[in-house]
Design a protein around this ligand. Structure first.
Ligand code: ADP
Ligand code: ZN
Length: 683
């Protein structure tokens, strides 16, 4: 059997999958042949398989470097459940346990071992590694090596040294979900990848609906509560930017009757473990958390991710939102933002005394890159073009969302290749969008310039769904800029609006502002002018101070607003995104759609009932085995079971996600449940 056959067999036997996904096979083949690799794949694309399958096939021990110490236990549990000999080594183990793991590893007890990057500089570990046979070192979350990204971790810089000290150089494979061109080059350089096989799979997640809504802070919680209550059977994550907000939103959701739990770094370790458990086991289907939660959480049935605040970068946003729908089923990502979120992010960037590990120069560079990242994030909130297109452009993805795809390109959506990822496939459709070249790391607020992506429609985001119309407010924006300049940053939003609209109120008259050149230069309603002020602040053209009397001054990009190409458009909500979506949605309907056309004995109405039964069985088995339900089977596997209705062990093996180990462990119980259900259905 050749290597690829062995790999396919491992994929089937241990993970229950019939075929590699686009992108996976190339990496697996490269690594098996001893070549380095760099894989850039979005969350949920299946990066783990790319090193776990080689880890199974290769002789010796595959090391997986990962920063996600708290999740190593889970990852290894999932491996053991799939019949793979896995282990991990980190500070959660006692020194005695660590010694045992290393001794057993040297004796060949494991195929795959997870370690934290700090471990690589430990002389005892190096001594171990020099003695062990290591065919492959896989580096997960490889963007952590770059200062340019959002998660720089200096300990990652030691990985290259570590590899250099091994007697025989292993293949080195780097994996990341979020990397712009610049970060990719850093990964290759800093990890010293040699002629790596590179693959950048499509960043598109067609099953995710993206929505952006600008909401006043006080209205956010009510909106989130009603969303959660409208989707009572679904599991979701609500991200908040601070611990305080997390507690507040959690309390409000619970009071509204949502079964929610919470997670942030201010809680005790025991409480956090308990929250995580409650969420993963679906005891509390909704998690309210700061960004401390979720790195590497592999709960595949998260149906929605709602952001209560705007995150500091599109990288962070896409990674967090991407935790929805890992099983490929339709899922929703909503971002609620207010201009206060933008000032909070700015404040954090400037105040951050930073990581003590950084030199002042490094810290400066980090701050500068964070400002750029924030700008791109604001652009996402403000753009009137397709949200999906904006994300794909940002990550330099040449892929066209399916709805916009010319027929001849359909089915060839994944871009992969062995060439440098900087080289562009020639099939890029000309003139279909005014894209930004994939080399440019940060688009400049598309809605605020003439470079809009407005011609595009993915049909599955709030902008494409036409939940708003774009109103050109360039003239008002220019008037606002002139007014703020004239008032020299001494007044708040309200006064700026009053002066522009020619108000005769006492304060305006007392201060003789009716004499100002910008007095009564705008005729729009006050609410609209106020919104334009806020949009300009969000875009960095204006700056609004913090504190009890916030005043409006010019922002870092004020000059650009005076330039010729400047334009500003504003979204005006036509109808509520959710109301429109609900007309074609709801829990039952979503299941019906997923099963549509499966052509099996089960009818669309019956299937949700069966699905619920299988889900209950899964929960029971998981509780008995002390593992999270998704480790037993994913939602996608349960759905495939409903569609295929297997009656024999052979048929059960045909279900996607069922391998030999899972068959042996859970086959009988599920086959019995299916048989009972079919018996009832026949009556
Ligand atoms: P990532 O690490 O890229 O975020 P994971 O490795 O967690 O993604 O995989 C996401 C999901 O996809 C998991 O449930 C995994 O079992 C599933 N998966 C991976 N490879 C395949 C495949 N070839 N066929 C079907 N499902 C797969
Ligand atoms: Zn769209």
């Amino acid at each position: 059997m050749n290597d690829l056959d062995k790999a396919r067999k491992a994929l089937k036997d241990h993970f229950g999958y019939d075929a590699f996904r686009p992108g996976q096979q190339g990496v697996v083949e490269a690594v098996l042949s001893g070549r380095d690799a760099l894989a850039v794949m979005p969350t949920g694309a299946g990066k783990s398989v790319c090193y776990q399958v080689p880890g199974i096939v290769l002789d010796g021990l595959t090391l997986v470097v990962s920063p996600l110490v708290s999740l190593m236990g889970d990852q290894v549990r999932a491996l053991l459940d799939a019949g793979v000999r896995g282990a991990y080594l980190n500070s959660t183990l006692t020194p005695g346990q660590q010694a045992t793991v290393l001794r057993r590893a040297l004796a060949g007890a494991y195929q795959i071992m997870y370690v934290a990057p700090e471990r690589l500089s430990d002389p005892r570990f190096l001594a171990f590694a020099r003695e062990a046979a290591l065919p492959l070192v896989a580096v997960d979350e490889a963007h952590c090596v770059s200062q340019w990204g959002q998660d720089f971790r200096p300990s990652y810089l030691a990985i290259g040294d570590f590899i250099g000290q091994l007697p025989k150089r292993p293949a080195v494979a780097a994996f990341t979900a979020t990397a712009t061109e610049r970060v990719r080059r850093d990964i290759v350089r800093l990890l010293d990848l040699r002629d790596p096989y590179e693959v950048v799979t499509g960043f598109d997640r067609p099953n995710l609906y993206f929505g952006v809504e600008r909401l006043e802070p006080k209205r956010k919680v009510a909106r989130i509560a009603s969303y959660a209550l409208e989707h009572p059977l679904e599991s979701g994550i609500v991200y908040c930017s601070t611990r305080k907000d997390t507690d507040k939103v959690h309390a409000a959701l619970v009071a509204a009757g949502v079964r929610a739990t919470r997670y942030h770094a201010g809680m005790s370790a025991a409480d956090r473990t308990e929250s995580q458990r409650a969420f993963i086991t679906d005891d509390a289907p909704v998690m309210v958390a700061t960004n401390a939660f979720g790195m590497g959480i592999d709960k595949s049935n998260v149906r929605y991710v709602v952001h209560h605040n705007m995150p500091g970068s599109l990288e962070a946003y896409y990674q967090e939102a991407g935790r929805a729908g890992r099983d490929g089923e339709p899922s929703t990502c909503l971002l609620f933002w207010s201009d206060g979120d933008v000032s909070t992010c700015r404040f954090f960037i400037e105040q951050e005394s930073g990581n003590e590990e950084l030199t002042p120069k490094e810290a400066d560079a980090v701050r500068a890159s964070r400002r750029r990242l924030l700008e791109a994030m604001c652009g996402y909130c403000l753009t009137t073009g397709c949200l999906r297109r904006y994300i794909l452009d940002y990550f330099g993805d040449q892929q066209v969302p399916p709805a916009c795809q010319p027929a001849e390109r359909a089915g060839a959506a994944e871009v992969s290749g062995t060439e440098s990822c900087g080289s562009k496939p020639s099939s890029r459709p000309e003139g279909r969008y005014v894209g930004l070249s994939p080399q440019s790391p940060a688009p400049e607020n598309p809605s605020l310039t003439s470079r809009t992506t407005g011609d595009f429609s993915c049909g599955n985001c709030s902008n494409c769904k036409g939940d708003f119309e774009a109103v050109d407010v360039t003239d008002t924006a220019r008037a606002v800029m002139r007014c703020v300049q004239e008032l020299r940053g001494r007044f708040g939003k309200g006064m700026v609006v009053d002066v522009l609209r020619g108000s005769q109120n006492a304060k305006v008259l007392d201060l003789h502002l009716d004499q100002a050149a910008s007095f009564h230069t705008v005729d729009a309603p006050a609410s609209q002018v106020k919104e334009v002020v806020e949009l300009l602040a969000a875009g960095g053209y204006l700056a609004i101070t913090e504190g009890s009397y916030p005043v409006v001054g010019l922002g870092p990009r004020a000059r650009e607003a005076a330039e010729e190409g400047f334009s500003l458009s504003m979204k005006r909500v036509v109808r509520k995104a959710e109301r429109a979506r609900k007309a074609g949605g709801g829990v039952g309907m979503a299941a019906g759609t997923a099963f549509g056309g499966s052509g099996t004995a089960s009818s669309a109405e019956d299937v949700p009932a069966l699905f619920e039964r299988l889900r209950a069985l899964r929960k029971r088995l998981a509780d008995e085995a002390g593992v999270p339900p998704y480790i037993v089977f994913s939602d996608a596997t349960l759905r495939d079971m409903c569609a295929k209705l297997p009656a024999t062990e052979d048929e059960f093996l045909d279900v996607s996600g069922v391998g030999a180990t899972k068959l042996a462990r859970y086959g009988a119980a599920f086959l019995e449940e299916l048989a009972v259900w079919q018996g009832e259905a026949a009556e």
